[in-house]
Design a protein around this ligand. Sequence first.
Ligand SMILES: NC(=O)c1ccc[n+]([C@@H]2O[C@H](COP(=O)([O-])OP(=O)(O)OC[C@H]3O[C@@H](n4cnc5c(N)ncnc54)[C@H](OP(=O)(O)O)[C@@H]3O)[C@@H](O)[C@H]2O)c1
Length: 302
Amino acid sequence: MAIKTVAVIGASGNIGAPIVKSLLEAGFKVTAITRESSTSTFPEGVEVRKTDLASIESVTKAFAGQDAVISTIASAEIGNQNIFADAAIAAGVKRYIPSEFGHNSRPGKLQGPAAALLAGKTKAVDYLIEQAKTHPEFTWTGVSTSPFFDWGLDMGVFGIDFKNKTARIFDSGNQPASACTLAFVGEATVAVLQHEEETANKYIEVAEFQVTQNQIIAILEEESGAKFTVSREKTSDLARIGLEKISRGEYHASFLDILQSITFVDGAPYAIPDDVLANKTLGLQSRDLRDVLKDYVKSRSS
Ligand SMILES: NC(=O)c1ccc[n+]([C@@H]2O[C@H](COP(=O)([O-])OP(=O)(O)OC[C@H]3O[C@@H](n4cnc5c(N)ncnc54)[C@H](OP(=O)(O)O)[C@@H]3O)[C@@H](O)[C@H]2O)c1
């Protein structure tokens, strides 16, 4: 029987909200699982279940009647997701998608200190692999998306500040990296649920396009008519700064430096080849990079 009911944990978040939008557009019945303390709001048509996310009883009750559960819980909580898998199994959920939605977190795929920073994700998927072996009715899918493109531009992930027309170019600026717009991640997550059999118990990668920093700056300059002030930084310096922050216990603050140092270092392995991507299996359509940036310039200029 096809998946019809879907619960989303973290449904108001950076990626939770676009996923909910895509689920509603595709006709799924959506339930938001929120913390008891949460003040998050949700679109019309979304049922809200306030839940004690640390209580297996509370989470199992919240998952009742759900065919699928998607965790888009905040990064701070990625190490605390086993309870969602246990509750999903107890509630008879057929498909569980953990809070991945970034660089591939499987062993050996994350470079340098990123592996330690994202160890919670790796362990969460390890746990799912084990649970699926003994609960054949329970399945999972890990969805790796590379950096979010539009969100990442706003947050400085790509080293670009469109408002102030400045750019920090890391190493040569010519290193391609895969990326996905938030809308594409929403569509990809829906497509996973619509391709239940092909995605069961698999860790998949999707990406909308590959970009380099220099390419983004050139298009933004052309589309906005503005010239960016460019500075240059070495990814080795970013890695050093990130590690210094980690040594001071500033894990959250270190993340951007580490992410940029591994993603944009010349020769980085984060431009995912087409034959590795699940885009084709899922029937995903990528938007043209220039069209995405045209919309970005328009929306951030008003
Ligand atoms: N690829 C990328 O570029 C990229 C970028 C950002 C995030 N990500 C990944 O996407 C996933 C979701 O991240 P996100 O940025 O979308 O999450 P977020 O917006 O920071 O948080 C999502 C939701 O988690 C819930 N939550 C539960 N416990 C929380 C806590 N202790 N602190 C804060 N929120 C808590 C909140 O929902 P309620 O209030 O409803 O309970 C919150 O709205 C993570 O795995 C993250 O690593 C990837």
